[in-house]
Design a protein around this ligand. Structure first.
Ligand SMILES: C[C@H](O)[C@H](O)[C@H]1CNC2=NC(N)=NC(=O)C2=N1
Length: 104
């Protein structure tokens, strides 16, 4: 997958599908509130597998009740398709984890 900077228009299009993400060409992020601290840590551990699979690593913040994932392609200091793909996979994992917790 190319580490080519997305245009503002392409990024805007991508964000229409990534409902929980916001940002611009300087970076995108997803803030999840009301999340249990342990569930946030478990989600970050799952993100580590995605990061290694894509060779693309997020910056994450975990606070009491809040998890924030930041994405930027550092090598080009821009948002690329790698960031969008990571966001898609992160959302799938969070949705699956939430189902697991609710259905437990
Ligand atoms: C050598 C390795 O492929 C690079 O350093 C990768 C690692 N993970 C990365 N993650 C992110 N977010 N941006 C990068 O440019 C990047 N580069």
């Amino acid at each position: 997958m190319a580490r080519t900077p997305l245009t503002p228009e392409d990024l805007a299009d991508a964000l229409t599908e990534l409902h929980d993400w916001t940002g611009d060409v300087h970076g995108i992020h997803r803030r999840t509130q009301g999340i249990d601290f342990r569930a946030a840590a478990a989600h970050v551990l799952a993100l580590a597998d995605v990061a290694d699979a894509l060779d693309h690593h997020p910056d994450v913040e975990i606070s009491y009740g809040t998890l924030t994932v930041h994405l930027l392609t550092h090598s080009v200091d821009a948002v690329t398709e790698l960031d969008v793909e990571f966001a898609r996979r992160a959302d799938e994992l969070l949705a699956a984890q939430s189902v697991g917790l609710d259905g437990a």
